[in-house]
Design a protein around this ligand. Structure first.
Ligand code: ADP
Ligand code: MG
Length: 495
């Protein structure tokens, strides 16, 4: 926690027989990729335009198996999600470059499965190993098509939930999609069934609504909640892994579309260029406002891009010379992603209800423990519940007998009884103090030592009392002087 991370960006090259080896060159470090465009290779490339580019990423995946791809791109992010860090993996690139292959994989062969099924497997393997925590997993599958949110798993709720109006809601815990169904899954198979259900729904919609699935963004989310006890606190760790298959990034000009298709392309390009703007804004530490709300995609990703989560981008590119422009733009996008720094934090909460339950359990366990100790030392049945009124009265009477000397000792029963005995003694001592004071007050005027005003007043009264014999003395002395009284000097001193 508290350490700055960079967004990690990888490039994955789709295998091709026509790999443009003069155009795309990989560095020996497996991290850099250079692009050379021959000036005459393409019309319109004027002489003063840049023709060589060099990109440095976190890894170049070329001729890489799905397994190695997963190890490189996703494994760490998924294991960190299991300890509470949100994670997002996105595939970006032109249609046909291998985004879906990377994210979902090919269904025909097990070893061709992509990030989603492998992430699901990793999560459930970790759950199987977890001994001191209780982990629940839930899944949702959202599609964003022409700025409309679509629940790919609404058919699973069986309540016609597909009509539910969905909306993106910001709340202090993060962003969520209101109306999106989230499905608890108990094992890997459950989760994979949901993935296939979502894929099927996507294909059906593609035919019935004449959609083009390469124009939609798909977000498969794995929500992980683990609860475990730390002493008597029940800690809840919540995290989610967003696995995103973005719409094809090919540019509008190239598609040469019209009408509806043009409109769709405009939407995609808009949301992807908003995504790019967000990324540029996130990379700028001076930027305060990040306009997440300007598209559904960026709004949904508000708490999943940069900020407090782990983010990984895979730029899928084609290796053919024909696609070099798109390849360049995907590499630029990937490089920009790398500018973003993030500071992942664990999403932890404490469950007070759970804590109370845990404490109750702890107490009953301790009572059992005590009962066992009692039976081991042959103590008769001792209860450890709070003292009843009858027991309290009994203790009180015992103490009185003890003080009167009728009994010699008070037998120790249990801790509660000892505490009660002390409490009773304290009460008695207090009562006696009060009684003593009352008795003294009835006989004497008691002045508080610190009450200086009263003390001064009292001293004055005393001085007055002393003044009386003095006056008397003077009078007597006067009378003697006058010779009226026949008293000797010795007698005067006595007065
Ligand atoms: P996108 O989702 O970007 O439009 P796809 O993932 O559908 O592209 O890929 C297009 C085709 O190329 C698919 O038939 C897919 O199986 C294949 N493909 C893509 N990447 C690879 C790869 N790395 N290895 C083998 N086949 C791939
Ligand atoms: Mg695809």
């Amino acid at each position: 926690m508290g350490t700055l991370h960079k967004v990690r960006a990888f490039v994955r090259v789709k295998p091709t027989a026509q790999f443009a080896q003069d155009v795309i060159k990989f560095g020996p470090d497996n991290k850099s990729i250079d692009i050379y465009i021959k000036k005459d290779a393409k019309k319109g490339v004027v002489n003063n335009k840049q023709t060589d580019w060099s990109f440095k990423l976190d890894g170049v995946l070329h001729n890489t198996s799905q397994e190695l791809m997963y190890e490189t791109v996703a494994k760490k992010l998924v294991s960190e999600a299991l300890i509470g860090y949100n994670g997002t993996i996105m595939c970006y690139g032109q249609t046909g470059a291998g985004k879906t292959y990377t994210m979902t994989g090919a269904t025909a062969e097990y070893r061709h499965r992509g990030i989603i099924p492998r992430a699901v497997q990793q999560v459930f393997k970790a759950i199987a190993r977890a001994v001191d925590s209780f982990i629940t997993v839930r899944i949702s599958y959202l599609e964003i098509y022409n700025e409309t949110l679509c629940d790919l798993l609404s058919t699973m709720t069986g309540s016609g939930a597909s009509d539910v109006q969905m909306a993106i809601v910001d709340c202090p815990q993060g962003v969520y999609v209101k109306g999106l169904s989230i499905h608890p899954v108990s094992d890997e198979e459950d989760a994979l069934n949901l993935l296939f259900e979502g894929e099927t729904n996507r294909v059906i919609a593609e035919h019935t609504l004449n959609k083009n699935s390469s124009r939609s963004h798909c977000i498969f989310t794995i929500y992980i909640e683990s609860r475990f006890r730390v002493l008597s606190d029940v800690r809840c760790i919540n995290s989610k892994i967003n696995l995103i298959d973005l719409a094809g990034s090919e540019r509008l000009s190239k598609t040469g579309s019209e009408g509806r298709v043009l409109k769709e392309a405009a939407y995609i390009n808009k949301s992807l260029s908003f995504l790019e703007q967000i990324i540029i804004a996130l990379a700028d530490p001076k930027r305060e406002h990040i306009p997440f709300r300007q598209s559904k995609l960026t709004h949904v990703l508000k708490d999943s891009l940069g900020g407090k989560c782990n983010t990984v981008l895979v730029a899928n590119i084609c290796g053919e010379a024909l696609h070099v422009e798109e390849t360049l733009s995907s590499l630029r996008f990937a490089t920009r992603m790398k500018w973003i720094t993030t500071e992942p934090v664990i999403n932890v909460t404490y469950d007070s209800e759970g804590t109370v339950k845990a404490l109750e359990k702890e107490i009953s366990l301790l009572k059992q423990e005590l009962a066992m100790h009692d039976s081991l030392v042959n103590r008769s049945l001792v209860t450890y519940d709070p003292l009843t009124d009858v027991q309290l009265a009994e203790i009180k009477s015992q103490i009185h007998k003890y003080l009167q000397g009728t009994i010699d000792e008070i037998e120790i029963m249990n801790f509660r009884q000892v505490q009660e005995v002390f409490r009773q003694f304290k009460l008695i001592v207090r009562q006696q103090e009060d009684e003593v004071e009352t008795r003294l007050r009835s006989k004497y005027v008691l002045i508080d030592k610190n009450d200086f005003a009263t003390i001064a007043a009292a001293q004055k009264v005393m001085a007055g009392a002393w003044a009386l014999p003095k006056t008397l003395f003077r009078m007597i002395f006067f009378l003697i002087q006058e010779g009226d009284l026949p008293v000797s000097q010795a007698q005067i001193t006595c007065i």
